[in-house]
Every structure is written in structure tokens, then in C-alpha cells.
Design a binder for this molecule. Structure first.
Ligand SMILES: Nc1ncnc2c1ncn2[C@@H]1O[C@H](COP(=O)(O)OP(=O)(O)O)[C@@H](O)[C@H]1O
Ligand SMILES: [Mg+2]
Length: 237
């Protein structure tokens, strides 16, 4: 369970996240949707303790990230597919992460297998495609068998098979009862992956609904409805 309460982040005079409040429940895939610059990454970075909120708070299982003793076991996150050192092999990358968290090699092998990377475990990350790096990121997020999974724009730049793999993986994780939150600026993608969407514009929540509700309300023009809803929220600069 993820909870944002009046979460706010200001950079100088610009308010990137503006009193954002919502809950993300377990068992479903929740999409965090909004145009570029809407404040999605900033909100996720505050949730994961990488940025300090100006005010308000973001909680995971009732606690702030920095208060969680063994974070990898409670929340798995991928904010940047290029977080792995290119000179390391997939196995070494994950094993380093695992060792600093008291996780054994057997679990490393298991997540490599789950991410479909077992055959390239000994290959350097520098030679990986974006899709493989995204899989590696997700493998790392799953190392501690966390109940909460957070991904920032995981399908950005992925080919069709990569997108399909992410979709299938996230739905399976939610079906296991986990809390799954992923951001995207694409409604078409979210409509296929998420059960529920939270739409933000200029740092504010403008919609919190199930995909079924939105589809019923807007019919086949869901992408158009989304673009209309967020159009005036886009700040061009
Ligand atoms: N470190 C920072 N310093 C100043 N402004 C920032 C910083 N990070 C993000 N912003 C601004 O905050 C707003 C939200 O950005 P971001 O969270 O990256 O949006 P999104 O992920 O939805 O595209 C943008 O206007 C962006 O320029
Ligand atoms: Mg972003």
C-alpha cells in the first residue's frame, strides 16, 4: 500500500508536485499518468526517499521510505533503466545489490530466470539492449521479494515484445497481491496495462478512476479524452 498525503515539492518558484494525495492499493496495477513535466518522476523520487518533500508525505506500508529498515525487501523500484554499471555482467550487478542486502546467489539466479536473462547472466550490461536493461532493472527490483513495486516510465523506448513482457510481468505481480505502480505519459499503453489510473497535470491530481470507468465514460476515444484533459495542463517551455 502506497499513500501520498498532500505531497508537495517546489523548486524555487516552480511547484513540481502540488498537494498530491492518493492511495495505491495491492492486487491491481495502478498507472500514474500525465504529460511530460507533470511531476510524476518528482513524486516517485520523493516516495523513494531520493528527494525531500517541501511539505506533505509519501508512505509505503504506513512508513516513510527512510524509516524502512530493509527497503529492498519492502519496495522494489526502477527509476532509470541505465542504473547498472556497463562494465559489470548482469549477474555481478545483481549479486552486488543482493550482497549489500543479505540476499544469496540463489535468489539472484531466480530473478535472472524470472526476467528471462538467465542465458545472458555472464554478459556485460554495456552490450544490452534497452529492453534487456529494463528487464535487469526489474530483476533487481524483485530481488528482495517486495510487496510494493514502483517503476518510472518502464515502457519508454521499448519494442513491442519488451512492452508485452513488462505488461505480463506487472499483471502477474499484481495478481500475487503486490502493490504495483508505474508511470507513463501514454494513455494507450496504460489502458492495456493498468486496472486503475491516476492522472496528473502540473503536479496536481486531475483524475482517479478505473480504466473500465474511463472507457465507459469516453468510449473508444480514451486517448483523445486524456489528451483533452491534460492539454491545458501542459506547460511549454
Ligand atoms: N531538480 C530539479 N530542479 C528544478 N526543477 C525540477 C527538478 N526536477 C524536476 N523539475 C521540474 O519539475 C517539473 C516536474 O518534472 P518531472 O517530475 O520530471 O515530471 P514528469 O516525470 O511527469 O515528466 C518540471 O517542470 C521539471 O522541470
Ligand atoms: Mg518523468
Amino acid at each position: 500500500m502506497i499513500e501520498l498525503r498532500e505531497l508537495t515539492k517546489r523548486y524555487g518558484t516552480r511547484t513540481a508536485v502540488d498537494r498530491l494525495s492518493f492511495e495505491v492499493r495491492p492486487g491491481v496495477v495502478t498507472g500514474f499518468l500525465g504529460p511530460n513535466g507533470a511531476g510524476k518522476s518528482t513524486a516517485l523520487r520523493m516516495l523513494l526517499g531520493l528527494h525531500r518533500p517541501t511539505s506533505g508525505e509519501a508512505l509505503i506500508g504506513g512508513r516513510r521510505y527512510i524509516e524502512i529498515r530493509h527497503p529492498l525487501h519492502e519496495v522494489g523500484a526502477v527509476l532509470d533503466a541505465d542504473a547498472a554499471h556497463p562494465g559489470r555482467t548482469a549477474f555481478t550487478h545483481l549479486n552486488c545489490l543482493a550482497r549489500t542486502n543479505g540476499i544469496g546467489e540463489q535468489r539472484v539466479r531466480a530473478v535472472l530466470d524470472q526476467a528471462g536473462l538467465a542465458s545472458v547472466a555472464g554478459k556485460r550490461v554495456g552490450g544490452f539492449s534497452l529492453g534487456m536493461r529494463q528487464r535487469l532493472g526489474i530483476a533487481g527490483a524483485l530481488l528482495g521479494d517486495p510487496a510494493v513495486i514502483v517503476l518510472d516510465e518502464p515502457v519508454n523506448g521499448l519494442d513491442a515484445s519488451g512492452v508485452r513482457w513488462i505488461r505480463k510481468t506487472l499483471r502477474a505481480l499484481a495478481a500475487e497481491g503486490r502493490t504495483v505502480l508505474l508511470s507513463s505519459h501514454l494513455m494507450t499503453e496504460m489502458a492495456l496495462t493498468a486496472d486503475r489510473v491516476l492522472i496528473v497535470g502540473r503536479g496536481r491530481l486531475i483524475e482517479d478512476a478505473s480504466v473500465a470507468e474511463l472507457t465507459a465514460r469516453h468510449g473508444s476515444t480514451l486517448e483523445d479524452a486524456y489528451l483533452e484533459l491534460t492539454d491545458e495542463e501542459v506547460e511549454y517551455r
